[in-house]
Ligand binder design. Sequence first.
Ligand SMILES: *Cc1c(COP(=O)(O)O)cnc(C)c1O
Length: 380
Amino acid sequence: MKTIPFLSLEPQHALTGTEIKEVLTNGFEKNWYILGDSLKRFEEEYARFSGVQYCLGVGNGHDALYMALRACSIGPGDEVLVPANTYIATWLSVSRTGATIVPVEPDALTFTLDVNELEKKITTKSKLILPVHLYGHPCNMTSVEDLAKRYQLLIIEDNAQAHGASWNGKVTGSFGDINATSFYPTKNLGALGDGGAITTNSESFAGFVRRHRNYGFTDKDHCEQQGINSRLDDLQAAVLSVKLKYLSRWNEQRRKIALQYGDLLKGVGDLELPTEQVEARHVYHLFVIRSTYRDKLKEYLKSSGVETMIHYPIPPHLQQAYTSLGFKKGDFPVTEQLASTSLSLPLWPGLKDDQIHFICDRIQNFFNRYPLSVNRGCAW
Ligand SMILES: *Cc1c(COP(=O)(O)O)cnc(C)c1O
């Protein structure tokens, strides 16, 4: 049986492998691995790509979020509005500053912040909105910016899943006061290990992170603030420079595959398919469908040789790590419903037509074999 993995980096590597090995060899021979030329070069390139003045490479996405929050002076007593449905790293970065997490329900169509819910959660202690462009679909940044202006809140975008996405033609990672992203290997732009960055137009926020990622040093001898050690390696930066050249092409491929899935899966079973708002350019970091029969469908696909994943089966407010916040099941019903019905299908640059057809054929088959009425009978 042919197996279709959830993600394969092979097609990416087939395109970039030779050049990547070349830059790694050159990097090796430089005998300078931290805060060097390759990092500086990638930072300039990624700033240009993001349409901002400054980019600073850091150790990972979580540190990028944390340092962005610290740059905005977020700390104990401050309330930060975060999506209830996100990867837990977003929440953990807020917790790490000592600030209070105020979860906001998503809009069930796009999985991103429901801006009406957002406004209801604003209090006198609110300091910052942290929109996550989840799965590659940008948040409604028009409304987020409007609310931020009206209530004098800062914005940090979590752009870890949306490199190259845009809202009204403006690229994500350029809206907030300072923004964070991750170059974890599986992201749309991924390193060969951990990596992350902040993007901003603010000279002072950029200065803060420039110092903070390097223990707080302003130069070799002067430590101005109690920083951390979180720098993007020069070797990773060199790899990212190679891959960045292909990012737009890869995102186009992702969009094309999403379109194919959309055509082939329309009206199948009880599936709800990803949507793209008119202002949005979705970059399909993940292709997330929803079904009441999610668990059975996942099992069936597995037995047919199709790997799928769930992003994310347990929302942060129900994780053991956050029992101290006192949330319980039912507190965020939209988030919880998404967690119990979402299924991510394989989508990566290089996924072939016949693989897409095979996956969709299996899904069709599942719903043919288990007519909805019968399924419903046993589900309830
Ligand atoms: C991957 C991810 C992060 C964290 O990135 P790391 O580099 O793994 O620390 C944060 N937020 C979101 C939404 C992510 O998908």
